[in-house]
Design a protein around this ligand. Structure first.
Ligand SMILES: [Zn+2]
Ligand SMILES: [Zn+2]
Length: 242
C-alpha cells in the first residue's frame, strides 16, 4: 500500500472521530475542535499559498493558475450553489432532511480533493505530502462535527450520522487512489487541490470565527500559519538529517 494511502486512512478516521464528538455531544471535544478549525484554517492557507501554488506552477506552468481557479469555483458550486444549507461548525438549529443529504453530497467533492491533495503532495516530495496531510487532518475533525451535527438536526439517527462521516472519509481515500490511477488528476491534481484548499481555508473556515468576539480563535488562526512554518522547518531538518 502506498504511503499516501496510509496517511489518507488516518485523515479519514478524523472525520469519524469528529463525528463521534458531535453525536455524543462531548462539549470539551467540540470546544477543542472549534479551536482546531481556526488553527487548521491558518495552516491550510499557508500550505496552499506558500507551497502548493509555486509547486503547481513549476509542474504545470502558467496554465496551472486556471486549475487553481477551477478548484476554487468547484467547491462553491457543490457546497453552496447546489446545496440548500451548508456551513462549517456544529449545527445548532433544525434543518430539513434534504439539506442534510445535499450537504453530504456537496462535501464529497471537497473531501475527494482532500485525498487528491495528499496524493499529489507525496508525488512531489515526502515533505509536501506530510504538510498536506497535516492540513487535511486538522480540518477533518471539524468536518466530521459539521456533517454529523447536520444529519442529527435533520432528524437522522446517530448511526446514519456517523455513516455520513465515514462516507466523507471514504471519498478522501478514493481521491488518493484515483490521483495515482488517472492521468489528468496526476497532472493537474495539485493545482486543483490548491484551489480547493484555499476555498476551504478562506471561504469555509475563516467565516466561522471572523465575526466571533474574543481573542482565542483569531490567535489560533495566526498560530496555524506559524505552525505551518514550524512544521516545514522541522520536516526539512528531519529530511536533511536522514
Ligand atoms: Zn445551520
Ligand atoms: Zn476536508
Amino acid at each position: 500500500m502506498s504511503t499516501a494511502l496510509w496517511y489518507a486512512l488516518a485523515a479519514a478516521a478524523g472525520n469519524v472521530v469528529g463525528g463521534l464528538c458531535a453525536v455524543r455531544g462531548i462539549q470539551l471535544g467540540l470546544k477543542l475542535i472549534e479551536g482546531l478549525l481556526a488553527f487548521g484554517a491558518g495552516f491550510m492557507l499557508s500550505v496552499a499559498i506558500v507551497e502548493v501554488l509555486p509547486e503547481s506552477f513549476a509542474k504545470g506552468g502558467a496554465e496551472a493558475s486556471a486549475f487553481v481557479l477551477l478548484g476554487y469555483l468547484l467547491v462553491h458550486l457543490t457546497q453552496h450553489t447546489a446545496t440548500q444549507h451548508f456551513h462549517f461548525g456544529e449545527e445548532t438549529h433544525a434543518v430539513t432532511r434534504v439539506a442534510g443529504m445535499t450537504a453530504l453530497i456537496g462535501l464529497l467533492l471537497h473531501t475527494f480533493f482532500d485525498g487528491v491533495a495528499i496524493a499529489s503532495g507525496f508525488a512531489v516530495s515526502g515533505q509536501l505530502g506530510v504538510l498536506l496531510f497535516l492540513a487535511v487532518l486538522l480540518h477533518k475533525l471539524p468536518e466530521g462535527v459539521t456533517i454529523c451535527s447536520l444529519q442529527i438536526k435533520a432528524g437522522r439517527s446517530a448511526g446514519q450520522a456517523l455513516g455520513s462521516a465515514a462516507i466523507l472519509g471514504a471519498a478522501t481515500i478514493l481521491g488518493v487512489l484515483l490521483t495515482n490511477a488517472v492521468a489528468p488528476l496526476a497532472t493537474h491534481g495539485l493545482a486543483l487541490a490548491g484551489g480547493v484548499t484555499i476555498y476551504v481555508a478562506a471561504s469555509n473556515l475563516v467565516p466561522e470565527f471572523q465575526a466571533k468576539r474574543g481573542w482565542a480563535l483569531p490567535l489560533a488562526f495566526f498560530l496555524g500559519a506559524a505552525g505551518f512554518f514550524g512544521a516545514r522547518a522541522l520536516l526539512a531538518g528531519l529530511g536533511a538529517s536522514v
